[in-house]
Design a protein around this ligand. Structure first.
Ligand code: GDP
Ligand code: MG
Length: 163
């Protein structure tokens, strides 16, 4: 079965999105960057396609490893095993240099990537921030709010079209 990985910096909302996709609290969500425990893989289905979704933040502690080292490993592991990638950035802080580094690695892989700009809880925030998400250089950009459960249909339509 295909695997779809969720990658991104700590605290952008990866575990919240993972839980939304699975429709249950499978991963632990916490304000503290680096808190991801419990089950990391979940089986799900969208548009008639079954696949595994993985919350990569939990592969290792996000706080116990040097930052770029961790991101490198997280993204390498995700690319090794996945057919498509959900790349999450934070719509409140905007795109950071670390996001740019992740984007560079993902672009080189040639795998299908959807950029999900999360924490866009209202339309005003969307307008201001989405341009930065497009600037990462991927064709597919989706605004989401894990808090309000928005953006996930569009995201999963794109992902399943690539599986
Ligand atoms: P992870 O470290 O990338 O797995 O991020 P988490 O899923 O643990 O979320 C980090 C923090 O961001 C938590 O306090 C979440 O409640 C919060 N968060 C996640 N998604 C959203 C969102 O769409 N809107 C807002 N306002 N906060 C969010
Ligand atoms: Mg997490």
């Amino acid at each position: 079965m295909a695997i779809v990985a969720i990658v991104g910096r700590p605290n952008v909302g990866k575990s919240s999105i993972f839980n939304r996709i699975l429709g249950k609290r499978a991963a632990i969500v916490d304000d503290q960057p680096g808190v991801t425990r419990d089950r990391l893989y979940g089986e799900t289905e969208w548009a008639g396609k079954k696949f595994y979704i993985v919350d990569t933040g939990g592969i290792m502690s996000e706080t116990e490893h040097p930052f770029m080292d961790l991101i490198e490993k997280q993204v390498d592991l995700a690319l090794d095993e996945s057919s498509a990638i959900i790349f999450v950035v934070d719509g409140r802080t905007g795109v950071t240099p670390t996001d740019e580094e992740i984007a560079h690695k993902l672009r080189r892989s040639g795998k299908p990537v959807v950029v999900v700009m999360n924490k866009l809880d209202n339309e005003k925030q969307e307008d201001a921030m989405l341009g930065e998400a497009y600037g990462l250089g991927f064709d597919e950009v989706v605004a989401s709010s894990a808090e309000h459960n928005t953006g996930f249909g569009e995201m999963l339509d794109f992902i399943t079209s690539k599986l």
